[in-house]
Design a protein around this ligand. Structure first.
Ligand SMILES: Nc1ncnc2c1ncn2[C@@H]1O[C@H](COP(=O)(O)OP(=O)(O)OP(=O)(O)O)[C@@H](O)[C@H]1O
Ligand code: SF4
Ligand SMILES: [Mg+2]
Length: 340
């Protein structure tokens, strides 16, 4: 699939091209990611949204080199970063990039931290091994990071263990660990779902602040369209292992063109559309052991046509930053299966 087209002035930090990931299971091969293509630009926040099981985490794990192989396998595609293809890079080389240039924040801050090490030890480990800083230099850097993420009394807090912090504070520490090596890309997989609502808002503000200060590019994975509305610049909507629509925030929220994106927006409350009735999307996603030949949304789509179940829709460019994969927007649908 061809790449995104956006103004030339924007620098591409990461390019994912036609990524396919499968998992071997007792029941057969799960085709978890089926031809995902997107670019990540310098200093932007790209949100990836979609129902549970649509392939958001598998896509981000592939970028981080964290697909367990076996049972997983990158069958096809490229992940281009700093003139290297991460999809085929040897493990040792990948390890130099993970945590250094590309960092990841996982959903649950407690499992991301080691309960037996102090916060200071966990913060300084990465910069000491990856960047070769001395102990005192690493401590200085750790203090700087704790200040950046808003931990009070950082000097004292460095000597404490994870259980001595609240959930919100732990997530701030996880973010500090992810940022201490000054990565160019930060992947946050559901970073706020384990937190209560007020803490969620603080963590999101922190992301925006850190991005402004460091220029880091963020891939934010979330179910929560409220979170997306707050901090994303662009949004990629995934369904059944594919990106079915991608565009900037305005294009996705106000000019959504794929029936699944529209369904997703209608299924959650929106402050700007108080009077609209919420409508959940009926049905379930297709079986990824044996995905449909045509559009993966056919069985649930109110607009499905004959062509939809037979032939996979191709890309339609709706603007230079907005693309969707749906026969409704493809003039060729009539030519392939003229309506009777
Ligand atoms: N280790 C694995 N073995 C087998 N199947 C897997 C494995 N990891 C993921 N999958 C499958 O890949 C598909 C995509 O999973 P993924 O975790 O990316 O979904 P997700 O979009 O992140 O969902 P959620 O919103 O629930 O986190 C699912 O069908 C899942 O069952
Ligand atoms: S391609 Fe067809 S089935 Fe798929 S979303 Fe578009 S109209 Fe619906
Ligand atoms: Mg996930």
């Amino acid at each position: 699939m061809p790449e995104d087209t956006l103004p030339e002035s924007q620098e591409k930090i990461l390019q994912v091209k036609n990524l396919h990931v499968t998992f071997k299971t007792y029941g057969g091969y799960v085709k978890a990611v089926r031809g995902v293509t997107f670019d990540l630009y310098k200093g932007e926040t790209l949100a990836i949204v979609g129902e549970s099981g649509c392939g958001k985490s598998v896509t981000s794990s592939a970028i981080m080199g964290l697909i367990p192989q076996p049972p997983g396998k990158i069958e096809n595609g490229e992940i281009l970063f700093d003139h290297k293809n991460l999809a085929t890079l040897p493990k040792a080389k990948l390890r130099q990039i993970q945590g250094m240039d590309i960092s990841m924040i996982f959903q649950d801050p407690m499992t991301a931290l080691n309960p037996t090490l102090t916060i200071g030890e966990q913060l300084t480990e990465g910069v000491r091994t990856h960047k070769g800083l001395s102990k005192s230099e690493a401590n200085m850097k750790a203090l700087e990071m704790l200040n950046l993420v808003g931990i009070p009394n950082p000097q004292e807090r460095m000597k404490q263990y994870p259980h001595q912090f609240s959930g919100g504070m732990r997530q701030r520490i996880v973010i500090a660990i992810a940022l201490i090596c000054e990565p160019t890309v930060l992947i946050a997989d559901e970073p706020t779902t384990a937190l209560d609502v007020t803490i969620q808002a603080q963590v999101l503000e922190l992301f925006a602040e850190i991005q402004q200060k460091t220029g880091v590019s963020i891939i934010l994975i979330t179910h929560d369209l409220g979170v997306v509305a707050k901090i994303a610049d662009r949004i990629a909507v995934m369904y059944a292992g594919q990106i079915i629509e991608i565009g900037n925030k305005r294009e996705i929220f106000y000019q959504a063109s794929h029936p699944y994106t529209k369904g997703l927006l209608n299924s959650v409350p929106r402050l700007d559309l108080m009077d609209e009735e919420l409508q959940p999307i009926d049905g379930t996603p297709p079986d990824l052991f044996d995905p449909p030949k045509g559009c993966g949304f056919t069985a649930r789509c109110p607009y499905a046509m004959e062509v939809c179940e037979k032939i996979e829709p191709e890309k339609t460019m709706l603007s230079n930053s907005h693309r969707a994969y749906c026969w409704l927007h493809d003039e060729r649908a009539q030519a392939v299966f003229p309506s009777k």
